[in-house]
Structure formats: structure tokens, C-alpha cells
Design a protein around this ligand. Sequence first.
Ligand SMILES: [Zn+2]
Length: 145
Amino acid sequence: MLVAKGADIATSTQRIEKPEAEWKAMLTPAQFGVLRQEGTERPFSSSLNDEKRAGVFVCAGCALPLFTSRMKFDSGTGWPSFFTAIPAHLDSKQDFKLIAPRTEYHCVRCGGHQGHVFDDGPPPTGQRWCNNGVALRFIPAEGKA
Ligand SMILES: [Zn+2]
């Protein structure tokens, strides 16, 4: 994975445990609401929605790489969307916040909520990883920023 020199990226999935008060102090209120309270940002509110440069999307909580720009597609939903994810960097669970169960997914390192995965995505996977932009940080590839 080619990223800019000095880019702040986590190289280990070793689990981070922090008291919620510490997360609250280090995250913005919007990040905290999504990552720690499983909130959902307003559609079309994230600049990452239109991010088309080459690079990597890391967890806003712990800097673990979750997606690369090659995994991104324009779903038209207003949330950054991906047809797959970096293997073993996300974990999922069923959530019953809406009437139909949805598959919630979160960062394996810090447990931060990222989004929901649906089965109406494009080939080759047919998956749509619908991610909150505020829960991600984009790091452009070296030389392409
Ligand atoms: Zn994380």
C-alpha cells in the first residue's frame, strides 16, 4: 500500500481499549456520535463522498486502513460507498435499529462504528459498504495529492 511519507497510519490491528471519556476528548462531537454511539451522518454531508483521488481511507478513531480508493464507487446514496473492504480490518454484527435487520460493521482495532453493509452493490462482490464519511480520514497516495 503506497501512501505519503509520514502519513499517520496504524500498522497493527492490536485492539485499543479506551474509556468513553477519552474518546470524547479526542474525537469531534460528530465523530464521537458515529464511532462510539452508532449514529449516522446526514447524506451528502461528507466531502469524502466526492473524493476520487488515489489513496487510503483510515479509521478516524485509530488510523487503521479500512478501504482503498480502488474499492470506492459512486452509489448515489450520499455516503461514501465501497464494494469491498481491506480484509480482516472490519468486523460486523446484526443491528435491529430499523425493522429489517441490517449488518452493522466496525473497526476491529478500536471498535468504532463505521457503517452498514448491504447486498445491492456492484460487481464483482455485489456488496455495498455504506460508510459514514466522518468516521474515516482520507490519506492521498504519494505523489497524487
Ligand atoms: Zn478504529
